[in-house]
Every structure is written in C-alpha cells, then in structure tokens.
Design a protein around this ligand. Structure first.
Ligand code: GDP
Ligand code: IMO
Ligand code: MG
Length: 426
C-alpha cells in the first residue's frame, strides 16, 4: 500500500476532488496536506446527508483521526481561515492539535483582495474571471519577495514595517489607477495583531511534522486544489490560477519529489470550467444545458454557473502524462445517464500540431473532433461494483483508460461518499 499519495484534478477544477478525498480518508489515512492555492478552492462533501464545502482546510479534516496540514505553498487569508474554522468547529469540534499551518505561508491581505477585484472590474485589463479572493495578487508578492508571511505576525516591528511598505505601494495604485479608497494602515495593523493571537495555536513546523509521520510509515494524502489545466506554468495561460499544481507538492509542502509514491488523477466524465479562457469541447446546445442541470454545475466558491462540455481526451492524456498519474478516478459518470450518445474529443483540427498547441496551451481556435459512443439508459447512479455497470458505461470507462493510458481505479457514481466503485485500493 502507498504511503505518500498525491491527488490531483486533471481538468479546470471542480472534478469532485472533495468527494474522492472523503472516500479515500476512510481508507486508513493518517494525514492530509494542502500545498497550493487558497480559498479560491471549493470542495463539496456530503457528510451524514448534509452538504459541507471546504475552501482552505484539507477536505479530509472531517475525519476526526486525520492530522491536517496547510503547507507553505498555500496563500492564507486569515478572515477566510477563521470563518472556516468556526463553521467547521460546529460540526467537528475544536480543531486545535489537529491542524498545523506552516509559519512560512504567505498571507492574503485585504489589499490583495481589493486589487484582484478592481482589476477584474476594469475594462482595460484582460478579464480572467478570477474568484476575486486575492490569490494571484498574493502570489505576486510572494514571487516578488515582499510577502507578509505568518511568522512575520509575531514580530511587531517587522510587521509594521512590511504593512507600511505594502500600503505605500497598494494605496497609490488604488487611488491613482482605480480612483478607489485607500486602506487604513492602523486598522490593518491592529487587525493583523488580533488575528495573530487567534492563529497561534495552529502555527507550526509542517516540514518537521510531515517528516515525523513519514518516519512512522504513516499514510499521507497531498490534496491538490484546482486542476492541472489551471496550473500557472502548464495550464491555459493566462486563464489559469497562480500556483503550481503539477510538481507543486515539493515546494508547497516541503517534501522531496521522490517521496510521492502514487498519483491519483481526478477527471469528470465530461468537462467544466468556471471563468474565462479557452474550452475547445464547450457545448452551447441542449446537451450542455443537460450536463449543467443534471450535474448541478454551479461554482462551490463563487456560485457562478460552470461552462460544460464533452470530455477532452487529448487534454486528459497530456495532463495525465505531465502529472505522472498512476491511476484515474472518473467522477460524475451518473450525469451521463440517459444521454443517447456520449462523445470524447480525440483530436483537434487546427493549423498547428497538437505538440505545438500544448507548448503554449493556446487552444482558443481549435476544432474538436469526436469519438462517438453509445449512451445508456440504465442508470449508473449509486452503483458500487464495476460488474453492475451496463455494457455501454463499461465501454466508456475502458475508452477513457485507452485514451489516457492509465487504469481507472475508482469511479464516482454520485455525490455521496459511498457512491463509489473501487477497482484498486491505494
Ligand atoms: P472539487 O472542487 O473538485 O472538490 O469539486 P466541487 O465540490 O467544486 O464540485 C463537484 C460537485 O459534484 C459537487 O457538488 C459534488 O457534490 C458533486 N459530485 C462529486 N462527485 C459526484 C458524482 O460522482 N456524481 C454526481 N452526480 N455528483 C458528484
Ligand atoms: P477547486 O479546488 C474551478 C479558476 C477561476 C479563474 C481562475 C483564476 O474547487 O477545483 P483565481 O481566483 O484562482 O485567481 O482564479 O481559476 N479557479 C477555479 N475553477 N475550481 C477551482 O478550485 C478554482 N480555483 C480557481 O474561476 O478562472
Ligand atoms: Mg471546486
């Protein structure tokens, strides 16, 4: 059995990662780690019949025996964190002693959120369709080597100096570039100090704690947020998020690249996307509407409707290879129940070769070519054994394996933890 498992979305996010984590967490998992992104994520779980959405906390936290970590690669909004901890406490009790946040995490400050939203509202800049949570702007400061990190909260003079420098910069942009109000330095400083006190019980040394668990041969899940096509480096730039998903575990959690011994890639049986950016297999017809309605495709963080389309086998195969995926989890196959025909894109018509296209991920103008498979009327919803699937659904799964080049080891047939077919334990 594997000890360091990476779980990664292979599309544009919302593949059903939260549900899959929840299922895996039942399987002798000892620890779970978030290592990139922030509260732009929205991971939905159905716990005892109730819908729960996690944004910043690892989704495995709802299992009481699992030790949870937020690694240095995550950008942390303390407002969002406390609101989530307080909500979770109502159901899960006190999380102190069970949640460790790296003191090296960069913070998302209110000025990051404000600038993200002002830019998105501006008519002069490329609209990305961000979640407006200050993710990209906080990562800009991280890469620019001027972040306020969690550790800085506990050195008052350094904190004051950093906030002063930051507001000199941001307030000038707010007023001069956007005609917006300034942020008050004293209020922000006091807010940071108050939050620092509340945060103290959770701050710790994530590298050391994970290493200790590894030395004890514990089973650890690295929970990727977003999806590979939103990767800052390998995704559909500039319509991406601002973190590295592929390969991000090393820098984001503080473990060696060779520690990960199994990568499970998550893909929906179709595709969705929130926000702007290319989406070759997007559907604008009644099938698109059917997928959106049947799949309940509304953003878990922003409530925006998700764009829907067929499964893109080309992108799936590429992201599977780039991410070193060993096995796939195919989610939401039940959403295809009742469709007469089911399609998978297997090539693009374009003046450029696929190799050229994926180098830049400039896939705006391609025309998808499809493989058409027979649909099925016999429902897959709620099925827990592969043998109980109808033949056409089985053929669909086998085609996904053929196209991606890796086995489908799990199939999700509904939103609940138990609506799952496990073909291989990991
Ligand atoms: P995440 O961001 O990858 O964790 O995914 P989201 O939670 O944003 O979106 C996935 C949505 O699909 C949620 O509403 C889940 O409850 C739901 N879901 C997950 N797996 C399945 C499935 O197999 N079938 C159906 N019908 N819904 C699912
Ligand atoms: P989970 O973890 C889907 C998208 C946004 C936008 C782009 C950049 O639930 O799968 P950002 O706020 O990150 O700067 O926005 O990335 N995006 C997501 N789309 N699921 C997510 O997370 C996403 N996180 C960011 O919609 O297009
Ligand atoms: Mg989501």
């Amino acid at each position: 059995m594997y000890k360091n498992i990476s779980l990664l979305g292979l599309q544009w996010g919302d593949e059903g990662k939260g549900k899959v984590v929840d299922n895996l967490a039942e399987n002798n998992l000892d620890a779970a780690v978030r290592y990139q992104g922030g509260h732009n994520a929205g991971h939905t779980l159905i716990v005892d019949g109730k819908k729960v959405v996690f944004h910043l906390l690892p989704s495995a936290i709802c299992h009481p025996n699992i030790q949870c970590f937020i690694g240095r690669g995550v950008v942390v909004s303390l407002d969002a964190l406390f609101s989530e901890i307080d909500d979770a406490a109502e159901v899960l009790g006190n999380l102190e002693g069970r949640l460790t946040i790296s003191s090296a995490c960069s913070l998302i400050q209110p000025y990051h959120i404000k600038l993200d939203q002002l830019r998105e509202q501006s008519n002069n800049l490329t609209k990305i369709g961000t979640t407006g949570r200050g993710i990209g702007t906080s990562y800009e400061d991280r890469v620019g080597r001027r972040s306020i990190r969690i550790a800085d909260l506990y050195d008052e003079s350094k904190l004051k100096e950093k906030i002063t420098q930051a507001l000199d910069f941001y307030n000038s942009i707010f007023t001069h570039s956007f005609g917006a109000n300034e942020i008050n330095i004293n209020e922000l400083f006091d807010q940071n100090l108050q939050q620092a006190e509340k945060l103290k019980p959770y701050v710790g040394n994530v590298i050391e704690e994970i290493r200790n668990l590894q030395n004890q041969d514990k089973k650890i899940l690295f929970e990727g947020a977003q999806g590979a096509l939103l990767d800052i480096s390998l995704g559909t730039y500039p319509f991406v998020t601002s973190s590295n998903l592929i390969g991000g575990i090393t820098s984001g959690a503080g473990v060696s690249p060779s520690d990960v011994d199994y990568t499970i890639g998550i893909t929906k049986a179709y595709t969705t996307r929130v926000g702007e950016g290319p989406f070759p297999t997007e559907l604008f017809d009644e099938v698109g509407t059917y997928l959106a309605e049947t799949g309940g495709e509304v953003g878990a963080t922003t409530g925006r409707p998700r764009r829907c389309g067929w499964l893109d086998g080309l992108l799936l195969e590429n992201m599977t290879r780039l991410s070193g995926v060993n096995g796939l989890c195919l989610t939401k196959i039940d959403v295809l129940d009742g469709l007469e025909k089911v399609k998978i894109c297997t090539s693009y018509k374009s003046s450029k070769s696929f190799e050229e296209l994926i180098e830049t991920m400039d896939i705006e103008d391609v025309q998808p070519q499809y493989l058409e498979l027979e649909g099925w009327s016999e429902p897959t919803a709620g099925i827990t054994q592969f043998d109980d699937l109808n033949d056409n659904a089985k053929a669909f799964v086998e085609k996904v394996e053929e196209i991606s080049g890796v086995p489908v080891i799990m199939i999700s047939t509904g939103p609940k933890r138990e609506d799952t077919i496990i073909r291989q334990q990991i």
